[in-house]
Design a protein around this ligand. Structure first.
Ligand SMILES: *Cc1c(COP(=O)(O)O)cnc(C)c1O
Length: 489
């Protein structure tokens, strides 16, 4: 125990050494000369690191070398060749914001314990609400897009049938929600968790590019009504997870207002395009939504987690979620208690996520974000144009919509053959095999997926984000690596 006392670190020496190691090992900063990942299978990794917890604590020296190993065997999402997910590296100002909020270790629920963070949350929400065109709206930061989507559904349910808050869903006609076939799977989870049941989450047909077909939505609504069920909620996706498709917001908004349904826009992925004058027209009509979910922790590079739900109608969030705990939200406090925002949340303790985004925004301004988003989109365009011209590459859909570029790599031994179902079955194994080689080499991480409802076999999903800012030569590298490891399959 005596040894461990030094790690109380009153002097900050341990912490400053950790920051040094983070830099040396390439966890922060953009280093191209280290691997993206040093992959070990779970059992070998367990053997390399001494992870078992013991009765006696460890000294700082041991902890520092262990921390170095932890970083060495972790994935470097800040590496320019990390394209595995819809997030990548962290914005340096966001990271600084996270250091501040972690050090101050507080909760976002009351002004009492988070005076400045309450006001920065207000400031950042006000700015986002203006951007999406909600003139007198409300908002909340939540632990991720899946939870934001769930918030939207519960708000819609509360507006449709407020008595459910007290009496539950029993003995009433089923409520039914709609999203596209290409929507995020969190729609199904929300339907389960909120007691609708996943059979009452209708996945509406999308077109070839992955966009919900408005006429299909209308037909589904009519059918549900004729079965005696109650349609109440539609999710449009602005930037689908795999293809990056944008559902047509205006026609979907028309249908929602015609049938009196809540119109939610899941812009978790594509919402960042609102920051770009050039690329934001795909979001036209977003101001007609009742709610919008956006994840600044994806394309923009805010530290995980940073996810926001915006609501057009003020007051609903509080009415829907409040439980009025008298030990926390006392109404007889000496300051203006409308600054205690915690009762709007489903959480009690809530991380201070808004501040990280606030600091990034303060540093970069709207203009800085626009440049970063434009650069990510321009690099995706360059990638798409380059592989369009290149032998062995084939696009899944003709154009890119968000920064997703989906494509097959067809190895030379597969070319100039009839593309029978058997040929496609073999093609299905190509992306996973190339990916395995890339990960074992540690040079590149890129995602792949099939789309079963469209009958599409495994293809690569290249994606760019704002952090670290991608370059054209980073794009060329991805193409060459895939050729290098796919050439001889
Ligand atoms: C990533 C994503 C989500 C879920 O967000 P999490 O923060 O990972 O929970 C929801 N919708 C879409 C379209 C997404 O791409």
């Amino acid at each position: 125990m005596a040894e461990a006392c030094s790690s109380q670190d009153e002097s900050g020496i341990f912490l400053s050494q950790i920051l040094r190691i983070l830099r040396e090992e390439g966890a922060i900063g953009t280093q191209r000369n280290i691997p993206v990942v040093n992959f070990k299978h779970p059992v070998s990794l367990q053997d390399i690191l001494s992870l078992d917890l013991e009765e006696r604590g460890s000294g700082d020296e041991k902890l520092l070398s262990l921390s170095r190993e932890v970083i060495q065997y972790s994935v470097k999402t800040n590496h320019p060749n990390f394209h595995n997910q819809l997030y990548a590296g962290v914005d340096p100002y966001g990271y600084a914001g996270a250091l501040i909020t972690e050090a101050l270790n507080t909760n976002q629920y009351t002004f009492e314990v988070a005076p400045v963070f309450t006001l920065t949350e207000h400031a950042v929400l006000k700015h986002i609400l203006k951007l999406i065109g909600f003139s007198d709206g409300d908002g909340i930061f939540s632990p991720g897009g899946s939870v934001s989507n769930m918030y939207a559904m519960v708000l819609a349910r509360h507006r449709t049938a407020p008595d459910i808050k007290s009496s539950g869903l029993f003995s009433r006609p089923a409520l039914v929600a709609f999203a596209s076939q290409d929507s995020h799977y969190s729609a199904l989870k929300a339907a389960h968790w909120l007691g609708l049941g996943i059979d009452n989450m209708i996945l509406v047909k999308s077109d070839r590019e992955g966009r919900m077909i408005p006429e299909e939505l209308r037909e589904s609504i009519v059918k549900v009504q004729s079965n005696g069920k109650v349609p109440f909620f539609v999710t449009a996706t602005a930037g689908t997870t795999v293809l990056g498709a944008f559902d047509p917001l205006e026609p979907l908004a028309d249908i929602c207002s015609e049938y009196g349904l809540w119109f939610h826009v899941d812009a978790c992925w594509g919402g960042s395009l609102i920051l770009s004058k050039r690329y934001s027209p795909v979001l036209n009509g977003i101001n007609r939504a009742d709610s919008v979910a956006w994840n600044p922790h994806k394309m923009l590079g805010a530290p995980l987690q940073c996810s926001v739900l915006l609501i057009k109608e003020k007051g609903l969030l509080h009415n829907c979620n409040s439980a009025s705990a008298t030990y926390l939200f006392q109404q007889d406090k000496f300051y203006d208690v409308c600054y205690d925002t915690g009762d709007k949340s489903i959480q009690c303790g809530r991380k201070v996520d808004a501040f990280k985004l606030w600091l990034m925004w303060k540093a970069r301004g709207d203009e800085g974000f626009q440049q970063l988003v434009d650069n990510a989109m321009d690099c995706a365009r360059y990638f798409k144009e380059t592989i369009t011209e290149r032998r062995g590459f084939r696009l899944v859909i003709p154009d890119f919509q968000c920064t997703n570029v989906c494509f097959w790599y067809i190895p030379p031994s597969f070319r100039n053959q009839e593309e029978t179902p058997e040929w496609w079955e073999r093609m299905h194994t190509v992306a996973p095999r190339i990916k395995e080689k890339l990960i074992l080499a540690g040079t590149l991480m890129i995602g792949y997926a099939p789309l079963k409802h469209k009958g599409l076999k495994n293809f690569f999903r290249m994606v760019t984000t704002c952090q670290p800012p991608p370059t054209k030569s980073d794009m060329d590298f991805v193409i060459k690596e895939i050729e290098k490891y796919g050439m001889n399959l």
